[in-house]
Structure formats: C-alpha cells, structure tokens
Ligand binder design. Structure first.
Ligand SMILES: NC(=O)c1ccc[n+]([C@@H]2O[C@H](COP(=O)([O-])OP(=O)(O)OC[C@H]3O[C@@H](n4cnc5c(N)ncnc54)[C@H](OP(=O)(O)O)[C@@H]3O)[C@@H](O)[C@H]2O)c1
Length: 284
C-alpha cells in the first residue's frame, strides 16, 4: 500500500513518519501551502506534489489530514478525478467514513476513518509513538482488516469502532484530555486569586496532578479517588460551593462533584452520600 497525504499539518507529518519508518511507502504530500507540503516531504523522505491528481495516481491510499471542516470539500475536489480502487482515509475522531465520503461506494473506492487516540501538538516533535497508543478505525468492511493489520504491524493497538457511536467516543476522548485542561486552568485561576503567580501555581499543583494521574492510570479512577466528596465531607463541599465568585465556577464545581458521587459510591458502596447529593442538587 502506497500512502499519500493531502494536508501537511501536525497529523499528516506524524502519520507519514510512522508509515515511512515502518517500511510503508509514502508517496508524498499536497497541501494548501507549498512550503508545508515541501517540509513534510523532506521530513518523511517523500515527494512534494503541486496537485492532487498526480498524488492520487501515485497512491493506493490517500489520507485527508486536513481540519475536520475541510474534509468534505477536499474529498469533493478529489472526486473530480477517478478514485476507483483507492482507499480514502481521514483522521477525524468525530466524523464517520460514510459521513465524509457519502458516495464512495458508487465510485468503487473505499472509505475509512482512522483516528489516532493521542495528541499531536507539533509537526515535528509529536511523532514519537506514545507507549500503547491506539487507533480507532471504521469504514468499508472490505479492507478494514487490512488497515487493522497495517497499524498493528506499525506497533499500535487498534480498536474497530461502530460509526454510529463516533460522536460519543470522541466526546469521551475530549473529556479525558481537553476538559482536563479546562479544569486545571480553572484551578490555576483560583490559585492566583489566593496569591500565587500563574507560574508558582502550576509548579505547586504539579506533584498533585502528576501523582493523581499516575494513580488513575495505575489503579483506575474509583480506587484513585480521594478528597471531600469521597470522604462524604458535606461541610467542606459546602464551603467550596460558597467560595466561588461566579455562577459559572460554582456550576462547574457542582456538576463535576455530582458526577463524582457516582465514583465515590463505587468505591464506598456502604457510605450514605444522600445528604451530599442533596447539597449538590440544591436540596439543602
Ligand atoms: N492534532 C491532533 O492531536 C489530532 C489527533 C487526532 C486526530 N487529528 C485529526 O487530524 C486531522 C488534521 O488535524 P491537525 O491537527 O493535523 O491539523 P493542522 O495541524 O491544522 O493541519 C491541517 C493541515 O491541512 C492543510 N489544509 C487545510 N485546508 C486544506 C485544503 N483545503 N487542502 C489541502 N490542505 C489543507 C493545512 O496546510 P497548510 O499548512 O499548507 O496551510 C494544515 O497544515 C483532523 O481531522 C483532526 O481531527 C488530529
């Protein structure tokens, strides 16, 4: 399988590098800006293309590693040419292959969504493979197993996912990564209200964040859970609720604590959390 890329951004750079280093021929890159495609081609030892037609001719599979919002239009552009027999892939976590490439079967080509379940924050720095990294894939059954094998041979774990649940799957990924950023950002903001500088706040919180993350990953969130909710410490939670200066902050804290009671109950099935639950749902 020879693989070409449209979109020389963070995902395009890293995936191309995985493929090239794993012995899969990367034909090359086309991108919005020539300089990006040239840089990606150099990075992966492949070619720069100044048009998609030629890239399509040379590649058995074409990855559309463009922003999610551009996938459909780039696919439409590609369909001006004969895509018969080609595998057309995108890397969006939320879109399905059918949604992105609705008429692909009629064109006798094959569509796949191939989502790396890990972040690329930089074009060149993010291509180190995180240990145990997953790809979640779905699309045309005819070659789905082939993609599973290609990715497994590159050293990744692979999960085949039902297209219908992709929005839920992607929301789950966002909760574990992006939403954690919001919570930590909020925590730093509160610390600065308590006299810390932004820098010292992050430094002071680091051992807590690191150890807690380590515990969650090692033991799971139920066993790792500590703190006022887990202890059923109603007065402490009430003090927290009363310290916020904005409704949004209070609501954020309240909603997450309400969900935390479910985790606390799993850890301590014999504890009675009903008073705390009432406080959090406005019953007290
Ligand atoms: N970054 C991640 O952590 C991550 C993780 C999992 C999945 N993904 C998925 O990977 C895909 C790409 O994301 P990304 O983070 O790599 O985005 P990105 O860094 O913004 O790169 C997208 C690239 O697409 C190019 N592009 C935009 N519109 C184009 C068009 N019409 N034709 C050709 N090229 C075009 C741009 O090229 P120029 O540089 O030439 O302007 C840009 O460099 C998305 O579907 C995203 O959901 C990303």
């Amino acid at each position: 399988m020879k693989v070409g890329f449209i979109g020389a951004g963070k995902a395009g750079f890293s995936l191309g590098k995985y493929f090239a280093d794993g012995g899969i021929t990367v034909t090359g890159y086309y991108s919005l800006h020539e300089s990006s495609a040239r840089a990606a081609a150099e990075f992966t030892g492949s070619r720069f293309f100044d048009n998609t037609e030629e890239l399509l001719k040379e590649s058995g599979a074409v990855f559309l590693t463009v922003p999610d919002g551009a996938i459909s239009s780039v696919y439409s552009e590609l369909c001006k040419y004969d895509i018969k027999g080609r595998h057309i892939c995108h890397c969006s976590g939320v879109m399905t292959a059918a949604e992105a490439f609705p008429d692909i079967r009629r064109r006798r080509a094959f569509g796949y969504s191939i989502h790396p379940l890990f972040p690329f924050t930089d074009k060149k720095e993010s291509c180190g493979k995180p240990a145990g990294a997953f790809f979640c894939i779905e699309g045309d059954n005819e070659h789905l197993g082939e993609w599973q094998n290609i990715l497994k041979n590159l050293g990744f774990c692979v999960q085949i996912i039902d297209g219908e649940v992709k929005p839920m799957y992607h929301a789950a990924c966002a909760i574990a990564s992006n939403l954690v950023c919001a919570l930590i950002d909020e925590s730093i903001e509160l610390m600065t209200n308590c006299g810390f500088t932004h820098e010292t706040a992050l430094k002071a919180l680091s051992p807590l964040i690191r150890q807690n993350t380590e515990n969650i990953l090692r033991y799971g969130p139920v066993k790792a859970l500590t703190g006022a909710v887990e202890r059923n410490d109603v007065q402490t939670v009430e003090k927290h609720l009363n310290c916020f200066t904005t409704d949004n902050e209070r609501e954020l804290y309240r909603v997450v604590c309400e969900r935390l009671i479910k985790t606390a109950r799993a850890k301590n099935p014999h504890k009675d959390y009903s008073e705390l639950e009432k406080l959090l749902t406005g019953g007290i």
